[in-house]
Design a protein around this ligand. Structure first.
Ligand SMILES: [Zn+2]
Length: 305
């Protein structure tokens, strides 16, 4: 079932679990990840970044694709524009049927962040589109931003920010960063910040930069109160490495077999993260519709194998 992040995350917040929010920029990733959620009966959020969308995964193509796949499973699936910064990109996603929008004005001071977030909430809420905002700033792992405590969310600002913006989900900065950490680096997550934010609000909170953060850290972050765990790089890398392995084993592998294998890899890594977030079986908390009809196995047509 196609839904929005508020529907999913309010349940996660109420029942103290996390939900995987994973990037899917093509058919294989979308099918693999939704199949993982379907098998584990877990809610799922699909992320589409602003750059991913403008460079490759066009909203007018991807929204119907994800919507169709989502409607074929009973598990709730939401689609969110990740880190929307520009008005034209945000309205493009909105017009094309994204169920949720993230407005990232975290590079600005709080007053300006509030103003920009309010504008998006005013656009989205009357149409039933849910909004995620960011307070504090989650930077880039390649620049070591995870260690910059001046970027971290100040729990004492959270109530004011949320009372002015009415955002449905709040991304916080607490020691993670986007992309790939340098080799051997596992971020030091400030669980105390997560707990302190959770104490002052019922609004679901999101951890960005989940890739490479370490399985134990993700589990502990969810225990501390995180409800949405964003993962992109680690999923992309896992699928890429699997494709490389497939071609190493058989350089003449036909394309259909290769993309089927990529889809299977996306399902595997998706299941791994779903289990870390503790959302398996939680689809039962939502109203059931129909069953999932197009598991990846159907792609194995035997052609060229
Ligand atoms: Zn992010």
């Amino acid at each position: 079932m196609y839904t929005d992040i508020k529907t999913i995350l309010d349940d996660a917040s109420k029942n103290n679990y996390g939900v995987l929010a994973a990037s899917a920029i093509n058919l294989e990733l979308a099918r693999g990840l939704i199949a993982a959620a379907d098998e584990l009966q877990a809610p799922l959020i699909i992320l589409m970044g602003q750059i991913q969308m403008t460079k490759h995964a066009r909203a007018d193509v991807m929204v119907p694709l994800i919507r169709t796949l989502a409607e074929e499973t009973n598990v709730p699936v939401a689609l969110i524009l990740d880190h929307g910064r520009d008005w034209d990109v945000i309205t493009h996603a909105f017009r094309n049927g994204f169920s949720s929008i993230m407005i990232d004005a975290s590079a600005y001071e709080m007053e300006e962040n509030i103003k920009r977030t309010q504008k998006i909430v005013e656009l989205c809420h009357p149409q039933g589109v849910a909004v995620e905002a960011e307070l504090g700033h989650v930077g880039q792992a390649s620049s070591g931003d995870q260690d910059l405590s001046e970027f971290y969310t100040k729990p004492e600002d959270v109530t004011e920010f949320l009372s002015h913006t009415h955002a449905d989900c709040l991304a916080i900065a607490c020691g993670t960063a986007h992309g790939q950490y340098p080799k051997g680096v596992i971020p030091q997550i400030r669980f105390d910040i997560i707990r302190a934010v959770k104490e002052v609000t019922d609004v679901p909170i999101a951890l960005h930069g989940g890739s490479g953060s370490g399985d134990e850290n993700i589990k502990r972050a969810v225990e501390a109160g995180i409800n949405k765990v964003n993962v992109c790089t680690e999923i992309f890398n896992y699928v890429r490495d699997d494709i490389r392995k497939a071609l190493d084993e058989n350089p003449d592998l036909d394309l259909l077999s290769l993309v089927s294998r990529a889809e299977r890899a996306a399902k595997e890594i998706g299941k791994h993260f779903i289990l870390l977030t503790g959302s398996q079986g939680k689809a039962a908390n939502f109203q059931k519709t129909s069953g999932f009809a197009h598991g990846f196995a159907e792609l194995n047509l035997g052609i060229g194998e």
